[in-house]
Each structure stands twice: as C-alpha cells, then as structure tokens.
Design a protein around this ligand. Structure first.
Ligand code: KIV
Length: 280
C-alpha cells in the first residue's frame, strides 16, 4: 500500500478508530530515517536531547537554537511521520508574543508539523494564542521535566484524589484551548484511563499505562543508549551501548596491531605510475 504523509486529522482519527498511536523521540538524521521507515506515526524532537545527546544534567539548559538545529536534521530524514518540535524551557513562558515567535521558528525554519509545550500555570492562555496563530500544539502534563524540581523531583504525579483531579482538569483545559493531543507522563494507569476516556483528543502515554491512545518513549532509553538512569516505565528493546563499545574497542585493537586497514580497505596505484612517483 502506498504510504502517505501523516496529518493531524489522521492522528485524531486513530483515536476514533481505536487504533493505537506510536511516537518516539529522534534528534538526528540516521535515527529519524529508521523510525520513519519503521512506520512510527509521530516523531518528537524532544528537549530530552539535552540529556541523552548533549550531556546536560536536565532539560532546562536546552536552547531554541539547539532545538532548531536537531529538528532540521530530523525533518530532512522524515517523509511520512508527523514531526513535532519540543519547545524548550523559557521559550514559551515569558509572553504570548515570544511563544508564538518561537513556535513559528519550529514551523518555518525547521519544517516541523506541530510543537509540544509542557504544563506551566499560564500555559492554557499561551496554548490558545499559539493555536490561534495557526500552529498545532501537543500538550504535556503529569511529570513535566522542565519544572520537575517544583514537583519534588522525577516522581509519579496524581497519586492522590486531589492531584489526580487537577490533572484531569488540566487535560480538559488544554483540549479546550485547542491542543490536538496530550502527553501524559508518569501518572497512575487508572488516572490516565479516566483522562483518556474523558478527552476527545488522543492521549500519548509515557509511564501512564496501557489505556492511553498511544505511547511514546525516549529512543535512547529504549535502545539502551543512555546509561545514567533508566526509569521504571522504560522497556529496553535493544542494548546498543555494549555493542558500540565492543566495536570501538575492536577498532582500536586492530589499528594498534596493524590489522586495519588491510588491502581490502585500501586503494592501489598501478606499478608503472608508482615508479614515476618514486622517480625510477
Ligand atoms: O523531551 C521528551 O523526550 C519528551 C518525552 C518524554 C515525551 O518530552
């Protein structure tokens, strides 16, 4: 069957048809190429790039320019998936004007199809303003890494009735403000189920159980490429770090012991030409 570029109505229709939505993060050309080839519905250029690629301790230091740089690389690779740029900390929190300007950069400079914003107190008004300017938005509630310290660290959210109700209320507000979808991060499965049933837009879970309309993981976590810590909700589908280490150690050993490059990986010049070079 001929594949078509995935659109926002396609993502919404999947919820109506009860078809699960797949999303992964990507930050570079080769990985985005493979994800698109595998048929992933949505590719998030997450600000998790700060931790899993750039080596920061958190996502807070990530800049707009870094996000645009990585989003452009992903965009060049992707033909079919919906590409979503993750707005970094303080790129949407200061004023509506600045938020619209920065969301516009993801669309105009990087060619993204939508942007994602994490929950902060003024995010509903900002979301409405960005949506009104013509840019599709994915919301993000629950554990929001950019403001994790305010939440008491990287902890499950909505574990008591009061905070769970607040999450449901936030989800409804974001839907009313025009979000086309919402990420639910690190919340009890039963609460994610209630939110998913109440909303008409799709929920994408990460540590939020099986009943969300779709799932997302940070690719470096699920491929075993980030060793600093692995959250409980991550399933490792591959363990690539030891494979890469083995390959690099083998290369070092072969170079040091004159096993690489062999003639198979070298170029030759005809004898008569070589003689001329040597002056014979
Ligand atoms: O930055 C990111 O990778 C994210 C996902 C965890 C949803 O926001």
């Amino acid at each position: 069957m001929e594949r078509k570029k995935i659109t926002i109505p396609d993502i919404k229709a999947k919820k109506e048809k009860k078809q699960k939505i797949t999303m992964l993060t990507a930050y570079d050309y080769p990985n985005a190429l493979l994800m698109d080839r595998a048929g992933i519905d949505m590719i998030l250029v997450g600000d998790s790039v700060g931790m899993v690629v750039l080596g920061y301790d958190s996502t807070v230091p990530v800049t707009m320019d870094e996000m645009i740089h990585h989003s452009k690389a992903v965009r060049r690779a992707v033909k079919y998936a919906l590409v979503i740029g993750d707005m970094p900390f303080m790129s949407y929190n200061i004023s509506k004007e600045e938020a619209i300007f920065n969301a516009g950069r993801f669309m105009k400079e990087a060619g993204c199809d939508a942007v994602k914003l994490e929950w902060v107190n003024n995010v509903v008004d900002i979301t409405r303003a960005i949506v009104d300017s013509g840019i599709p938005i994915m919301g993000h509630i629950g554990l929001t890494p950019q403001t994790a310290s305010q939440l008491g660290g990287f902890k499950v959210q909505g574990k008591d009735a009061e905070t769970a109700k607040r999450l449901l209320d936030s989800a409804i507000k974001l839907q009313d403000a025009g979000c086309f979808s919402i990420v639910l991060e690190c919340i009890p499965s039963e609460i994610a189920k209630i939110i998913t049933e109440k909303l008409t837009i799709p929920t994408i879970g990460i540590g939020a159980g099986i009943d969300c309309d779709g799932q997302v993981l940070v690719t470096h976590d699920m491929l075993g490429l980030f060793e600093r810590f692995t959250p409980k909700f991550v399933k490792q589908y591959a363990n690539l770090s030891p494979e890469i280490l083995k390959a690099v150690e083998k290369y070092k050993e072969e170079v040091e012991n004159l096993k690489f490059p062999s003639s198979e990986h070298s170029f030759i010049i005809k004898d008569e030409e070589l003689k001329k070079v040597k002056g014979k």
